[in-house]
Ligand binder design. Structure first.
Ligand code: ADP
Length: 493
């Protein structure tokens, strides 16, 4: 029914619907059946997609006069109007031509599309049948217009359905619902980009995972190697400490034998006296009891000495616990005394606050104290009797414990002072030169330090002798005594 009309004077005259490609087309509206969709059907058959292949699809709205006005104003190159309009308006027929004109038999006007059935008249369910019948008779009895239009029996609307289906509009608009394939076809650059991103992401993830695993394995290996090395170092350190303890014992073994000699001699004496009394028939039960008690007492004393020595010499691994510094001193001093025939006088000056604790390996700290005491004794044993004394002072400052071991012996000459803590430095004929270097590493392993200080001037002897100060971090006073935390930070000053 509709005709696509163009001004005959158009610069590049359009003659067929195909010529519309790239041109501006004026229409009443996209929803108009005769006003657009029929021409759309023809364009579609020619492979022309109005929305993309035309330069413009200009909707002017009703009345159809607007289409002609748009053509006159030069706003469009062609327009869609109802068939027979040109024939009815001679002034338009002079100015416009029908594109791809076709004639249908029995239809007097030129059209650009095949003819489709026009509007039907239908009765509603509530319309009285008599009225429907009367209207139908009246319509069918009407005379045919000059343009060939007339009321007739219901026509075949199948072509309309086919057109709607082909254009996927009206009741067939659902066909336009995008399927995955359609979406993929339409948006393939995006789909491809997205797929590339996913592939890239998967590749990246797999690679990162691979790198993480490789590096984790390398890290584990490095950690295992480090742990093995630390274990070897710990073993070597323990071995060295053990040797050092043995060397202290070795040096003191002579006096140790003398110390043990006393209880053994006493045991022998009591046993002999029992034998003599038995020979002289003077063995009373009371005498036997007294001798046996003495023998047992002396044997216990000897066992005590040996037990202390064995505990000290035993090979062991380190173990820390919260411990009162004074306790360590009180254990080390008798151990030291027990090893000497003529132990020097040892003074203890304790100014520590009550409850002061350090997190320490008991035996290691005892070893340090014993070593300092032995060195002090070695330095002072050749001195006049009154200078053969050792003073131990315990005090604290700013969270650190200081244990100073002071003697009044030969003192340190400047050259020796430089090298005191070097391994194998000794000025003694039978010395190993390991004591102080091991003591320093024990102090540092406890987060503390060991240093040789300058002795104060004593009222009796002046600033003679040497003083060694062991400094260790004290447990924070708030910490419960059973779980003194390991100290961190700089070594104690
Ligand atoms: P060793 O006792 O086997 O010599 P140490 O490492 O314990 O090994 O001591 C190293 C050296 O430091 C000693 O040989 C001695 O010269 C010196 N020394 C240590 N303590 C004192 C001290 N209290 N007085 C004087 N000299 C000391």
């Amino acid at each position: 029914m509709p005709a696509a009309a163009v001004p005959p004077s158009a610069p590049c005259p359009l003659r067929t619907l195909e010529d519309l490609r790239g041109r501006r087309l004026a229409i009443v509206g996209r929803g108009g059946f005769g006003g657009f969709q029929l021409v759309w059907g023809e364009l579609d058959a020619l492979g022309i997609e109005p929305e993309s292949d035309l330069a413009e699809l200009r909707e002017v709205g009703f009345p159809m006069q607007g289409v002609v006005d748009a053509l006159d104003a030069g706003l469009a190159d062609a327009g869609v109007i109802r068939s027979c309009l040109l024939e009815e308006r001679p002034e338009w027929a002079a100015r416009f031509r029908v594109l791809s004109p076709r004639t249908e038999s029995g239809f007097p006007c030129a059209t650009s599309t095949p003819l489709y059935p026009d509007w039907p008249l239908a009765a509603l369910r509530t319309t009285p049948p008599e009225l429907s019948r009367a209207v139908a008779i009246a319509l069918l009895g009407m005379r045919q217009e000059h343009d060939g239009l007339a009321w007739a029996v219901p026509a075949d609307y199948q072509p309309v359905h086919e057109l709607f289906r082909r254009l996927e509009i009206g009741p067939y608009a659902y066909l336009r619902a995008p399927t995955l394939m359609v979406l993929a076809e339409r948006y393939w650059p995006w789909v491809a980009g997205f797929a590339l991103l996913i592939v890239g992401w998967i590749f990246y993830t797999v690679r990162v995972e691979h790198l993480v695993q490789t590096r984790t394995a390398a890290l584990r290996e490095a950690l295992a190697a480090r742990e093995a090395m630390e274990a070897r170092m710990r073993g070597a350190q323990e071995q060295a400490e053990h040797m050092s303890r043995l060397s202290v014992l070795g040096e003191l073994s002579g006096t140790l034998a003398h110390e043990l000699n006393q209880p053994l001699a006493a045991v022998v004496n009591y046993a002999n006296s029992l034998v003599r009394r038995a020979d002289n028939q003077r063995l009373t039960e009371a005498a036997v009891r007294e001798a046996a008690a003495e023998i047992a007492g002396q044997a216990e004393r000897a066992a005590g000495i040996l037990g202390r020595i064995r505990a000290f010499a035993r090979k062991r691994t380190t173990s820390r616990e919260p411990v009162a510094p004074r306790e360590l001193v009180d254990e080390a001093v008798p151990l030291f005394r027990g090893m000497l025939a003529h132990a020097p006088e040892i003074g203890i000056d304790d100014t520590l606050p009550a409850g002061a604790l350090i997190d320490a390996d008991r035996l290691q700290i005892q070893q340090v104290l014993l070593n300092l005491l032995k060195n002090a004794w070695d330095a002072s044993r050749e001195q006049p009797f009154e200078r053969q004394r050792i003073d131990i002072r315990l005090d604290e400052d700013g969270g650190n414990l200081h244990i100073a071991v002071r003697d009044y012996g030969s003192g340190l000459d400047p050259a020796a002072r430089e090298r005191l803590f070097e391994s194998f430095f000794t000025t003694k004929a039978d010395g190993l030169g390991l004591g102080l270097s091991i003591c320093r590493s024990i102090a540092e392993a406890h987060g503390g330090r060991l240093a040789a200080g300058s002795p104060d001037a004593s009222p009796r002897f002046g600033a003679v002798g040497a003083v060694f100060v062991l400094s260790l971090p004290l447990c924070p006073s708030a910490a419960p005594s059973t779980q003194c935390p390991a100290q961190t930070g700089a070594p104690a000053a």
